[in-house]
Design a protein around this ligand. Structure first.
Ligand SMILES: Cc1ncc(COP(=O)(O)O)c(C=O)c1O
Length: 457
């Protein structure tokens, strides 16, 4: 079906589904608004308004793979707080750790008795030998970038067009007409971010080689599979080239596994044998508690020791925040690494994701749509393109806010919450086979409606 027709159908669907959403949520509607809530824009975080619903649904309870909203609607959650709850809402071992942490002190600015075990677990699980904690993946990326600059003595950074690595100034750029520019809509942006950041298309080996040729780039910061601009898989051989070229240029490789931790135990890096110099993870690693981790090689750690000694070794380093490395974080990290983020959990996630991938592909074919399903482990993305996209330009060309909104709203009214800002399904180990099949059936219904065909479920 032609894109214009599909978008027209999508607009009609959005109108009808928005009415259904409203009718089912009088309490959520009443709870919303600046005057009622006291919040700027009526929400504690402005992103909460960016969902394609007429107003945000207010969550009363979240447990496992399910949410209940303020109006009592039960919803199967495959957004999972955009990965923050990837292992399900409130995993029992993390809840237990929280209970105990409450009586053992939440934060002291000293290592807790869990610290050594957590450090060993990080080394064992993710491969790099030296680690530090932060509160968010944004923090961890900022700290890792600072270290890359410190140890290389270089100022510049390279990212891939379409990237998102959190609220990290250096990375909030776009590639426009061959130039790296500050991203549109940034608030209070006073410096041209293109001065120190270079953005190039993903999967473009020649552009990478050219950008690194000046030997002035401290690090390349990359997601192993790009997940924030649709989903862009690496072309065969791209990671090998990335490692080879960064090594040759004396540039460090910083891998951001915050989303691709969905790949399997140890993240994409471990599963695919990448060899980064620095690595960052956040979001689900503490089971929903704000904690992030960043790791480095022994060589970087050694160099950092020297630099710290030369600088007298203490004082403000620009790295760390007061609540980072807290007893609370360590307790939750330990519970998550030991008991939640396990081989068995990933096995279940992969099995459910297999089922969903096959079901979605069948529904797309039945509806006669020329879409694909991209996937990195437990993370699946419906891409409105007949072939996998190779870079952000292709991803943007394939995207449609209208079709996406229609898909989201319709799926939500059928009881399934997709991830906003793209068409992402995240599979937690709490998702049952029945829920996975229900998700597929709902997707078949919606794609059938969009394409005006009766889809085979
Ligand atoms: C790849 C990646 N890295 C880092 C972040 C930042 O995470 P946070 O917002 O928890 O700091 C995000 C957020 O979406 C992300 O997608």
């Amino acid at each position: 079906m032609e894109r214009a027709n599909l978008e027209a159908r999508a607009r009609a669907l959005i109108e009808a589904e928005a009415e259904v959403f409203r009718a089912r949520r009088p309490r959520s509607a009443a709870a919303h608004g600046e005057a009622t809530s006291g919040f700027f824009d009526g929400v504690p975080q402005h992103w909460m308004l960016d969902w394609p619903t007429p107003f945000p649904l207010v969550v009363d309870e979240a447990s496992g793979a399910e949410l209940v909203d303020l109006d009592g609607n039960r919803i199967v959650d495959v957004c999972l707080g955009d990965t923050g709850a990837m292992f399900g809402h409130g995993p029992a071992p993390v809840l237990e750790a929280l209970k105990n942490a409450g009586t053992r002190g939440l934060t002291t600015m000293l290592p807790s008795s869990d610290a050594a075990a957590v450090g060993r677990l990080l080394v064992e699980r993710f491969g790099l030998p030296r680690w530090q904690l932060g509160a968010t993946a944004s923090d961890a990326n900022r700290f890792a970038i600072r270290v890359a600059r410190a140890v290389t003595g270089r100022a510049k950074l390279l990212v891939f067009d379409g990237c998102y690595h959190g609220a990290v100034d250096d990375t909030l750029v776009d590639l426009v007409d061959g130039r790296t520019v500050s991203r549109r809509n940034l608030l209070g942006q006073v410096r041209d971010l293109g001065e120190l950041t270079v953005s190039i298309p993903f999967n473009d080996e020649a552009a990478l080689e050219k950008a690194l040729a000046g030997h002035d780039i401290a690090c390349v910061l990359a997601e192993p599979v790009m997940t924030n601009c649709g989903m862009i898989p690496p072309a065969p051989g791209f990671h090998a080239a990335l490692r080879r070229l960064t090594h040759a240029a004396g540039t460090l490789l910083l891998i951001d596994e915050t989303h691709t931790i969905s790949t399997g135990l140890g993240g994409y890096t471990k599963v695919h044998g990448l060899e980064p110099d620095l690595m960052v993870m956040g979001k689900p690693i503490g089971g929903g508690v704000p904690v992030s981790v960043w790791g480095m090689t022994q060589a970087i750690s050694d160099r950092l020791h020297v630099i710290r000694r030369e600088q007298s070794g203490h004082g403000h380093s620009g790295i760390g925040t007061t609540l980072s490395g807290s007893a609370l974080q360590l307790a939750c990290l330990r519970a998550c690494l030991e008991q939640v983020m396990t081989e068995e959990a990933y096995r279940i996630m992969q099995a459910r994701a297999d089922r969903i991938e096959a079901g979605f592909k069948a529904a797309i074919a039945a509806a006669g749509l020329d879409w694909t399903v991209a996937r990195v482990g437990a993370r699946l993305e419906v891409v409105f393109s007949p072939v996998p996209v190779r870079n952000a330009a292709e991803a943007r060309a394939a995207a449609s806010d209208t079709i996406e909104a229609a898909l989201h709203l319709s799926m939500l009214n059928l009881g399934y919450l997709l991830t906003p800002f793209h068409n992402m399904v995240l599979v937690s180990p709490a998702l049952s086979e029945r829920q996975a099949d229900g998700l597929v059936a709902a997707f078949a219904t919606v794609t059938g409606r969009l394409a005006e065909r009766r889809a085979a479920a």
